[in-house]
Design a protein. Structure first.
Length: 263
């Protein structure tokens, strides 16, 4: 396994037959750095481990990756670290290489400034017509195949809206374009099951360890009738949703709930 640290947006050459380029054969995670520390690192490493196991990767040294993340994070007070793991070169067509030589790319980026005030302002959502596929084989994983999100972002741009809610082709609510979604109904937190579509986010895993969350099939009408809606990811944390389509939710009540739960 080779690890490449990319600094200051330096140019990095990748082999034209790298399987990440050829087939999207890889996975990634995006980590918030705060006060020189990578936030929720244990859960990010667990995500990488799940991808290694379910995608049949060999020769990935998670301890070495962890050391590099910690070293890079120590240089920043507030930043983003992205870890990309490619299976590397080799194999005939789709067939896996007999001996895998994964390539790991780790780089930093500026923390998105708008995320610093999202929690107090909330986010408005519009339901998108772009649908997520039903694919239990890859559901929950953060693979390099993100074309659904690319198309969803294009729809956002065309509609002139900032963020959107994604359903799968079974018309089940799954997530936003960048975050998991959580409903509050009669004091119970509910989030969509991610066994057929979507990404099981690190911050959602963090929430599930510290507060009771029910994983269930969620419909659009469930969202409309919820007392409050939230979205969450590892960079923004948990953020209230103030509007979904023509339905509005109390920002004050949402912030009160988050304060009561120390979230």
């Amino acid at each position: 396994m080779d690890i490449t640290i990319i600094k200051n947006s330096q140019t990095q050459t990748v082999a034209s037959n790298d399987r990440a380029l050829q087939y999207g054969d890889g996975f990634f995670t995006t980590i918030k750095v705060e006060n020189g520390k990578p936030c929720l690192l244990e859960l990010h490493l667990a995500r990488l481990a799940r991808c290694v196991a379910r995608l049949y990767f060999d020769n990935v040294d998670l301890s070495a990756i962890e050391n590099q993340i910690n070293a890079l994070a120590s240089l920043h007070s507030l930043a983003v670290i992205k870890v990309i793991v490619s299976r590397g070169q080799g194999g005939r067509g789709y067939q896996l290489p007999t001996v895998q030589a994964p390539q790991v790319y780790i780089y930093t980026a500026d923390f998105p400034e708008n995320y610093l005030t999202l929690k107090q302002q909330g986010i408005a959502l519009d339901t998108l017509s772009t649908q997520l596929a039903v694919n239990p084989l890859l559901a929950g994983l953060k693979t390099l195949n993100r074309l659904e999100q690319v198309l969803a972002k294009q729809e956002l741009q065309q509609k002139g809206v900032s963020e959107g809610l994604l359903l799968n082709c079974n018309h089940e609510v799954i997530e936003t374009t960048v975050a998991n979604i959580v409903l509050l109904k009669n004091g119970q937190l509910i989030t969509p099951k991610l066994d057929k579509s979507g990404v099981f986010g690190v911050y959602l895993a963090h929430l599930a360890k510290h507060i009771d969350i029910k994983f269930d099939t969620v419909s659009l009408s469930d969202c409309y009738s919820a007392d409050n809606l939230f979205c969450c990811n590892s960079l923004m944390g948990i953020v209230p949703i103030t509007r979904l389509d023509t339905h509005y939710y109390s920002l004050e009540n949402a912030l009160q709930f988050l304060n009561e739960q120390a979230l």
